[in-house]
Design a protein around this ligand. Structure first.
Ligand code: SAJ
Length: 411
């Protein structure tokens, strides 16, 4: 019942199926059964969740039960290790497959939605089910259908995005496609399980490499006296160019981790992917460098960081660049506070937090921060210093603050 499993369960229940949502976290199960959501700020999720939970077309519990179709949507984090040795931790996938095995009956369909290295559906899920005595592709049908929904717009994307379905044989693929067609409105493409697994990793890796390019261009623009955001926007007017935006780093649970699943296939054949990871992981250090440059000219003792979420308009701190920056800056400040309107514990009164501070650092481009009035903020702060790491603060800020902007050089 995580970021993907829960919204997916709601959509499937909303389409008229009877769904059992399983989570081994007692607290999550308790929360959902009391009508409270553990996932915040997803448009349309709350309403649909309330409806299907109330009607009991979605029931949430800690243990699986018998069903026709089993969907596995568990985390696949990177196992700790040095940069080259990072590998996918597939223990949750294996455990989920083992947990459903006692409830399987001949003719059931098992689908893996988690993002995994090529071969996992067959070699991890398939093997676990074989060990339970089933013939895969005959007794039990098996497919992977990698999720591709964008956090922040998950309900829309789970419904309308293209879907890749990789069956381990033709019948498995066909059965999985027929099932997804009952609730997905986008086109559905059939391929092998390995191809679907690899295509999903390619998508997130493409984005990581593209952001690394944007970040490298931002560093060069700072040196060349150019505004990289403006230059990228202009370059993107070309019909065959689409460079993403620079920022303080790549967070979240997907783009910052999935490239390692490809690198893990053969580190010696993936220098570009490794370099992209290195560039993006170094961006919080670059923010620290900008801070130290500012500190050379001003007395900075008290700092506010705006944004604990890894990206705009979501309440999710996984691999958050803002929190990495906070961790690094801590030793250089007397007081450092982090604000985020979407995360409990960080959602204090913003104007109060700004009082008597020397520097505000915009780490996450939440629309919420558009409301912040630079004149009012400046009047509250001790030093009128701002650092913008997302190309977010408009030129009106320069009338009231000295603003340092990541990716923007002075000519
Ligand atoms: N970021 C930038 N510059 C940009 C875009 C993003 O610095 O121009 C940063 C964000 O601030 C954030 C990180 O990259 O820290 C990742 O954000 P994201 O919006 O690019 O991606 P996720 O991790 O929220 O979701 C991605 C999506 N994948 C693609 O767009 C190819 C989503 O569709 C996937 O379903 C999701 O990963 C996943 O679960 O794999």
């Amino acid at each position: 019942m995580g970021y993907i499993g829960f919204p997916t369960a709601c959509l499937i229940a909303g389409a008229g199926h009877e769904v059992v949502g399983v989570d081994n976290n007692e607290e999550t199960v308790h929360l959902l059964n009391n009508g409270e959501l553990h996932i915040k700020n997803e448009k349309g999720l709350y309403e649909l969740a309330r409806e299907v939970l109330q009607k009991e077309t979605l029931r949430v519990k800690e243990k699986p039960e018998k069903a026709d179709i089993f969907i596995i949507a568990v985390p696949t984090p990177c196992r700790e290790g040095d940069e080259i040795a990072k590998r996918a931790d597939l223990s949750y996938v294996k455990k989920a497959a083992e947990d459903i095995a006692p409830f399987l009956e001949k003719g059931n369909l098992v689908i893996l939605e988690s993002t995994v290295p090529p071969g996992t559906t067959e070699e991890v899920v398939g093997k676990a089910l074989e060990r339970a005595g089933f013939k895969i592709g005959e007794d039990i049908f098996l497919a992977c259908a990698p999720e591709r929904g964008l956090p922040g717009n998950i309900m829309e994307e789970l419904l309308y995005n293209d879907r890749l379905i990789g069956g381990i044989n033709e019948e498995s693929g066909r059965k999985a496609r027929n099932f997804y067609a009952t609730f997905v409105k986008g086109p559905i493409y059939l391929c092998s399980a390995r191809t679907a697994e690899m295509a999903k990793l390619m998508e997130n890796t493409y984005r990581d490499v593209n952001i690394a390019l944007a970040n490298e261009l931002a560093l060069l623009a700072e040196k060349a006296g150019v505004n990289s955001y403006e230059a990228i926007e202009l370059a993107n007017n070309h019909p065959r160019v689409n460079i993403l935006k620079p920022g303080p780093g790549v967070g979240g649970h997907c783009i910052a981790e999935d490239p390692w699943f490809l690198i893990g296939i053969s580190p010696k054949d993936s220098p570009l992917l490794q370099m992209a990871r290195k560039i993006n992981s170094a961006m919080p250090h670059h923010v620290l460098g900008l801070f130290q440059g500012l500190q050379a000219g001003f007395e900075i003792e008290r700092v506010v960081i705006l944004g604990a979420s890894y990206k705009a308009n979501v309440g999710d701190t996984r691999n958050s660049p803002g929190l990495k920056v906070a961790e690094m800056l801590q030793v250089f400040c007397r007081e450092l506070v982090v604000h985020d309107p979407y995360i409990e514990g960080y959602d204090g009164e913003l104007l109060e937090l700004l009082r008597d501070k020397d520097l505000l650092i915009l780490a996450t481009d939440h629309e919420y921060y558009r409301e912040l009035n630079p004149k009012q903020a400046g009047e509250l702060m001790r030093n009128r210093l701002a650092m913008d790491t997302r190309g977010f603060l408009g030129s009106e800020w320069d009338e009231h603050f000295k603003v340092i902007r990541l990716g923007v050089g002075q000519a």
